[in-house]
Design a protein. Structure first.
Length: 277
């Protein structure tokens, strides 16, 4: 599986794109009204309980606007925070801090939101079942979103289409389940193979073939429990479909090894932060 690398250059280039989006073509015409000599000390505060993430992106945002701005981190990525907690202190020219403010907060809010949502699922699933993300990510933000999932205690599914074989329903509809699995086994070249099934009969038709994970999709709890019992001697088991904060505990109780949840990346609400001068 591909490794997520948040290098300094990656963070810098990502932030630079975000700033260009915000400042093109004429810059911040409102903040330009502020006296250039005015300096301030600003508190970055949390407005809610959350798992914080994205502080290095926020720090880089201010640095790209003005490398003399001091961004003092008070809570590390992955930390639990409460409403009113001091997350960072920012010192420098008021004008430049205000120019960078929204982009910095956008990174913090989005990454913290995913980390927080993931953590809610992780706590409900318990220690024996892993929560993992999917490829249901915002285009060009996959690295950041999968990083956020890890901050929340989750695990990453495949990063892209070349990481592993994942035979899903539409592949099966376009061919034949057993023949697809056999072809994947023949061509695996060290790659993992995951096979999706949505019925007990589908599972039984491929039982014993040499692949890694069976993905049990959109099953009711009774069928899911039975499939886990049948498959666990042969494969790692994964459940997906209709996974919510209300259903995840019951799904985990079936003994499944991991649960994939698309909503932790595509639907996580932003965490609210504020800058207080």
């Amino acid at each position: 599986m591909s490794t997520i690398k948040l290098s300094k250059e990656f963070i810098r280039s990502t932030v630079k794109l975000a700033l260009n989006e915000d400042l093109y073509p004429l810059g911040d015409i409102t903040s330009s009204l502020i006296n250039n000599d005015k300096t301030v000390t600003v508190k970055l505060l949390s407005n809610q309980k959350a798992i914080v993430g994205g502080l290095l992106f926020a720090k880089q945002t201010f640095a790209l606007i003005d490398n003399k701005i001091k961004f003092i981190i008070k809570k590390k990525d992955g930390s639990s925070i409460k409403k009113g907690n001091l997350v960072a202190i920012i010192k420098g020219k008021a004008k430049n801090i205000l120019i960078a403010e929204r982009v910095a907060l956008n990174f913090l809010s989005h990454i913290s939101g995913i980390a927080t949502k993931t953590n809610q699922f992780v706590k409900l699933a318990g220690k024996k079942t892993k929560i993992c993300c999917t490829r249901k990510t915002i285009p060009n933000l996959r690295v950041i979103q999968k990083y956020a999932v890890k901050l929340g205690g989750g695990t990453n599914h495949r990063f892209n289409l070349s990481d592993e074989f994942l035979i899903k329903d539409n592949h099966i509809a376009s061919s034949d389940l057993k023949s697809l699995v056999l072809k994947a086994i023949k061509n695996k070249k060290g790659k993992k193979i995951t096979v999706e099934v949505d019925t007990i009969n589908q599972l039984k038709s491929i039982l014993g073939l040499k692949f890694n994970t069976v993905l049990l999709d959109n099953m009711n709890i009774k069928n899911l429990r039975e499939c886990v019992k049948i498959a666990k001697k042969y494969y790692e088991t994964e459940a997906s479909g209709n996974v919510t904060l209300k259903t995840v505990k019951n799904i985990a109780s079936t003994g499944v090894n991991r649960i994939s949840v698309g909503s932790i990346t595509h639907s996580a609400p932003a965490v609210d932060f504020k800058l207080e001068i």
